[in-house]
Design a binder for this molecule. Structure first.
Ligand SMILES: CC(C)(COP(=O)(O)OP(=O)(O)OC[C@H]1O[C@@H](n2cnc3c(N)ncnc32)[C@H](O)[C@@H]1OP(=O)(O)O)[C@@H](O)C(=O)NCCC(=O)NCCS
Length: 174
């Protein structure tokens, strides 16, 4: 029996769908690249942790099943090329929803990160009616800052949690 794929959204070159357990090899391969995890302080550090993360996102966040990290599939090659989505956080006592994106290195620089992020932003604002979205970015992560700015976010402030300092980019729904 083949696993049913629940599609969340589609762009010109990408399909974003709920993760399924068969994605584990691809997801773990993504996290084995130090250039990917460099700016993701809470990235899984073992295959077991990657599986825990995957299982968490198979059904969405327990309190917000409409959020989650979705398998990002390159339509042309049908490859799993990343995990992107929406994540709920509490920052400085405020509930926030993050537009999160990670694309495998061999696919960088083709506009795919921005394409995914733009579609997720639009989905968050228009389908889920979220009034404000943020990107949480390491100060040295130039590519991620560019993606955030390309989707209309602006730098708001620096914040800190137990994993370190990060920058908050934000955008209000129009
Ligand atoms: C951030 C990320 C998703 C961008 O993906 P991408 O598909 O390469 O993004 P795009 O092709 O849409 O590029 C967006 C911009 O960043 C630039 N860029 C891409 N890779 C870059 C790099 N390594 N260094 C500097 N700039 C870079 C692009 O040139 C583009 O800018 P431009 O339009 O001015 O030319 C990808 O680099 C990634 O997955 N990084 C590791 C995980 C990560 O850091 N995620 C974000 C955590 S906040």
């Amino acid at each position: 029996m083949t696993t049913q794929h629940e599609i969340i959204l589609e762009t010109k070159r990408l399909i974003l769908r709920r993760q399924v357990i068969e994605d584990l090899d691809d997801l773990w391969a993504l996290y084995c690249d130090p250039d990917i995890t460099k700016y993701i302080p809470d990235a899984p550090r073992s295959r077991e942790e990657a599986q825990e993360e995957l299982e968490w996102h198979m059904h969405g966040h327990p309190k917000h099943p409409e959020f989650g990290l979705w398998a990002t599939i390159h339509k042309e090659s049908e490859n799993f090329i990343g995990r992107c989505g929406l994540l709920p956080w509490e920052i400085d006592g405020q509930n926030e929803v993050e537009v999160a994106y990670t694309i495998a290195k061999q696919y960088w620089g083709q506009g795919l990160g921005s394409e995914a992020a733009q579609a997720i932003l639009q989905y968050g604002f228009e389908k889920l009616n979220i009034p404000r979205l943020v990107c949480l970015i390491d100060g040295d992560n130039t590519a991620s800052k560019k993606v955030a700015m390309k989707i209309g976010m602006t730098f708001e402030k620096e914040a800190r949690d137990e994993l370190g300092t990060f920058m908050i980019y934000s955008k209000q729904r129009e």
